[in-house]
Design a binder for this molecule. Structure first.
Ligand code: TXA
Ligand code: MG
Length: 313
């Protein structure tokens, strides 16, 4: 794949929006760092974000929207959200709020959590893209997993050229570090320090917020096994189906549901949470899962499946 470099003009914005509408990936500037955007409602697009980055785990992603009104379509909206959005949006603050049941987002975006991280970016190019696209854009930083976040289109191309459809070039990012993430699904809690000083958040709320230590597992929701556990037990590396089990297949095997009969990792990732929910809803005691190769997105899929299969607290 040849990665297009799109100019910051109406033609470039329209082209970027069309790529997103077709399920493609576009890196775009925000005031913090460049994001790797995909349609947050499209399972395959979101799965491709993880693949393009080579992310070994399905960390939940931040959804970018154009306005407070747009955000309210996807999340519950407590009083503190109103105060903080008034004060700091558009800007480098991400709010983690309860996901609305009718949000219509891919479950890969939230890694199947009941909360959603959402923000309204201030960068005019990000705003232009969101306006032209007209929907929610899921975007982690546009760097290969484990590398530093990109603050220019050149950084993005150095890391992801050939793996994404396009980069929208809006020059260098002014903030240069990722957004501050504040959890608002309970007591206001700093989940990640970032581009907006937490003191400013506390001043706006007229209150201190909880600070999580850097090594607190709550900082990394993807680490918490129970979030991914279905009601049924999970048996991995299943090459056959025992009495009372349902089989979640991968590749050309006879199964109750199949992540990807063709053995395609992107398709499998896109289907993972949907199929686990569907099989759990059948009321089976055990979901057996075919072996999945530990390569590419398979590592992320296996990571989530191992958490689902781990002994429950
Ligand atoms: O500035 C930024 O925030 C950039 C630009 C592109 O917007 N994005 C960014 O995304 O830094 P990423 O994927 O690199 O970091 C997202 C962080 C992860 O640490 C993830 O665990 C956390 O947000 N996160 C996402 N959803 C969450 C949720 N529901 N609860 C708690 N943390 C969440
Ligand atoms: Mg990142």
């Amino acid at each position: 794949m040849q990665t297009e470099r799109l100019a910051d003009d109406p033609t470039g914005h329209a082209r970027a929006a069309a790529i997103l509408q077709n399920g493609g990936l576009v890196a775009f500037p925000t005031e913090t760092v460049y994001g790797l955007g995909g349609d947050a409602r499209n399972d395959l697009a979101v799965a491709r974000i993880f693949e393009a980055k080579g992310r070994p785990r399905f960390n939940p992603l931040i959804v970018h929207v154009a306005s407070v009104k747009a955000a309210q379509e996807f999340v519950e909206w407590p009083f503190e959200a109103d105060v903080l959005a008034q004060a700091f949006w558009p800007g480098p603050l991400t709010l983690v709020l309860p996901l609305r049941p009718d949000a219509g987002l891919s479950p890969l975006v939230t890694a199947d959590l009941p909360t959603l991280a959402i923000r309204v970016p201030a960068h005019p190019v990000a705003q232009a893209l969101l306006a032209a696209f007209g929907g929610p854009v899921a975007a982690p930083s546009a760097n290969p997993s484990g590398r530093i976040s990109p603050t220019t289109a050149e950084h993005v191309l150095a890391g992801l050229s050939g793996r994404i459809e396009a980069v929208l070039d809006g020059g260098a990012c002014v903030v240069g570090v990722e957004s501050t993430i504040l959890g608002l699904d309970g007591v206001p809690t700093l989940l990640r320090p970032g581009g907006l000083p937490v003191e400013e958040v506390e001043a706006a709320l007229h209150d201190r917020v909880l600070h999580h230590a850097a090594n607190d597992p709550l900082n990394a929701p993807g680490q918490m096994a129970s979030h991914y556990a279905p009601g049924a037990k999970v048996r991995l590396e299943a090459t056959d189906k025992h009495e009372g089990e349902v089989l979640l297949g991968f590749g050309p095997v006879e199964s109750d549901l199949n992540l990807s009969p063709a053995g395609d990792m992107v398709e499998a990732a896109a289907n993972l949470f949907h199929h686990l929910h569907a099989l759990d809803a059948c009321g089976a005691d055990v979901i057996a899962v075919s072996p999945i190769p530990e390569t590419g997105l398979g590592r992320a899929i296996n990571d989530r499946l191992r958490r689902a299969a781990a002994p429950r607290p």
